[in-house]
Design a protein around this ligand. Sequence first.
Ligand code: FMN
Length: 419
Amino acid sequence: MKRVDDFRLRLGSHELVPIMVGGMGVDISTAELSLEAARLGGIGHISDAMVPTVSDRRFNTKYVKNKLKQYKFNVANSDKSVVQFDLGLLAEATAMHVGRTMEAKRGPGLVFINCMEKLTMNSPKETLRVRLQAAMDNGIDGITLAAGLHLGSFALIQDHPRFNDVKLGIIVSSLRALQLFLKKNARTGRLPDYVVVEGPLAGGHLGFGMDWAQYDLATITAEIRDWLKAEQLDIPLIPAGGIFTGSDAVNFLEAGAAAVQVATRFTVTTECGLPEDVQQEYFKASEDQIEVNGISPTGYPMRMLKSSPAIGSGIRPNCEAFGYLLDAKGNCQYIDAYNREVAAHPEDAKIKVWDKTCLCTHMRNFDCWTCGHYTYRLKDTTRQNADGSYQILSAEHVFHDYQYSTDNKIALPSAPAAV
Ligand SMILES: Cc1cc2nc3c(=O)[nH]c(=O)nc-3n(C[C@H](O)[C@H](O)[C@H](O)COP(=O)(O)O)c2cc1C
């Protein structure tokens, strides 16, 4: 009976344990989590979502406060087009986040950054270019381009001295999306070093419509694998979404995948950025408490716990402080939804907005409890404490369980020492 450890992922000169911990914004896949994956010989991801905000929390900088001060005059205005990010400060924050993570890296694995195109930041091209370049300047091992089609993203960095040295990957959810990317990207003369195939059971935003349940990761992965073979393109495929046990991973590796990307099982580890009370909500969740809804202003469906405080919250848009989802014209779907509700309920001091959410604020505050489909199985991966809460795991424990388990078994952590 095979186990994940019988396989290796080859990326250039690197030979890795074929486990990649997926990016989880906003600072849910922390530097600490990514460093553990790298120390253990796999690949970890930090996320570049809302890095100035993350930097304030981690390094005591004042990016958010200063940006709010600069644009305070605009808070009551629904036109947010003046609210621009300072590109120099954005580069500085990214340099700090990436640089400090890479300085701390130990072991044979790699640390990548998950970069979401849908973080349009009121100036999509320029802010993305700065984020990518600053990550490369500060030693990131690889960049996974996520949430969006990224058709022009390689071109934004093709003059960078590390363009051919840094590992570049994309996330797709269909063969069509991959074909489109390869076609548009052909003029850079650079193929992706790996392709993450993300199926409908993943956490975060989905690359499917509300008909997500009709799709299946194994089928999409096989379709892409066969097409790449027919085209004689040798690009490692990394399926993601609902791979919950080491045996699930082995099934994909035996079917030709080069590695697997996993995330949900790591949401309940000490190294993960979610506060412990939120981790307990993940443990407690039952299947019917998890939904895919349309409240993200990005327009992509998103999976989350129905009890997320973000759902229905009618807070005033916080674009002067954050503003990561403002499009090229300074619009965000939440601003429209919020203004509509304010106009409909002029007397109310507190309003509710159900169809969209202020994702920046709620992700920043860990109030949008996005999660993978199998979150309801997390309680089976640990022990319950005497007070009914669940034991938080170490990332090493979860990583090793994926690496060494067989027979669909999940190893429980050792019981805490009696006091
Ligand atoms: C809490 C959470 C947050 C996530 N955030 C992101 C993100 O910011 N960007 C992204 O590309 N994928 C994100 N994902 C998707 C994961 O990186 C990964 O591909 C997927 O969840 C793997 O499936 P699994 O969770 O069933 O293991 C997130 C997943 C979770 C569980």
